[in-house]
Design a binder for this molecule. Structure first.
Ligand code: MF3
Ligand code: CO
Ligand code: CO
Length: 279
């Protein structure tokens, strides 16, 4: 299936859903501290999305082919968890790093985004991984414009991560997003310039690199000999993993980052210099 383009009216729907998704992460920020459980974070987000935003948490009950229904309103991926961590009753500890990934549906449109949070005082190594992964996402975003190709985006992300000695997870990628949570195209976070689909105004998709401090290999989470929960993915070597995610729109002249709000972390200086983000 070819990638669908959004009309001006459809883009307005995406803008709202995406801003709301970012505002959920803003709301959570002051709560992410040592001692809170990921289930408490999930509850805060669920109540905010449904009661304040009058929107729908897209992950709750989400069930792609071959997966059990996802049981929560967001994903919480701690430390060596690469993605799709399920909230539970373990309190987070000083020094943990956690990715919180929220997707809301508003008026039928999906907004999908995630950020890294430092729980208390994180180590220099953990902070560096989060920072480089954030930069890598923005390196990819800066490649987005009509006529560019998805391989340009993936390549820019990969080069930045690998230059710093990190590795890119290959098994999960960004995705088209709109009336459906996951649609065409697949957005790989590695690749060769000039390859893959050409970008056209009106496309909306996510860029969400997963970057490992160690090797890129991953596995299903069977830590502690628990039965597999069907979702949680960890690094095979147990190294730390980080991820950031934005939903973007290809405009006539470049890119618009849709998942921004008052509390979004500032883009790296190189992205601000490119004049992408309203000051
Ligand atoms: N939000 C994730 C993404 O960025 C998908 C999570 S699906 C879930 O694509 F079921 F695990 F929540
Ligand atoms: Co996504
Ligand atoms: Co997401």
């Amino acid at each position: 299936m070819p990638t669908a383009m959004k009309t001006a009216e459809e883009v307005e729907g995406m803008r709202l859903a995406c801003r709301l998704a970012s505002e959920v992460l803003d709301m959570l920020s002051p709560h992410v501290k040592p001692g809170i459980t990921t289930r408490e974070i999930d509850r805060l987000a669920h109540d905010y999305i449904t009661q304040v935003q009058r929107a729908v948490p897209a992950t709750l009950g989400y069930q792609p082919q071959g997966y059990p229904a996802y049981p929560a309103s967001l994903c919480t991926s701690l430390n060596e968890v690469v993605c799709h961590g399920i909230p539970d009753d373990r309190p987070m500890k000083n020094g943990d790093i956690v990715n919180i990934d929220v997707t809301v549906i508003k008026d039928g449109w999906h907004g999908d985004n995630s950020r890294m949070y430092l729980v208390g005082e994180a180590s220099i190594a953990a902070r560096r991984l989060c920072a480089i992964t954030y930069e890598a996402m923005w390196k990819g975003i800066l490649k987005v414009r009509p006529g560019a190709r998805l391989g340009d985006v993936g390549h820019a992300i990969q080069v930045h991560a690998e230059h710093h000695g990190y590795s890119i997870v290959r098994e999960f990628c960004g995705h088209g997003v709109g009336r459906k949570f996951h649609e065409e195209p697949q957005v790989l976070h590695y690749g060769r310039p000039g390859t893959l689909e050409e970008l056209v105004p009106g496309m909306t998709f996510t860029i969400e690199p997963m970057v490992n401090a160690g090797r890129r290999d991953i596995k299903e989470d069977r830590r502690g000999n628990r039965p597999y929960d069907g979702w949680t993915i960890v690094t095979r070597d147990r190294s730390l993993s980080a991820q950031w995610e934005h939903t973007v729109l290809v405009t006539e002249t470049g890119v618009e980052v849709l998942t921004l709000s008052a509390g979004s972390p500032p883009p790296p200086a190189f992205a601000q210099a490119a004049g992408l983000v309203p000051a």
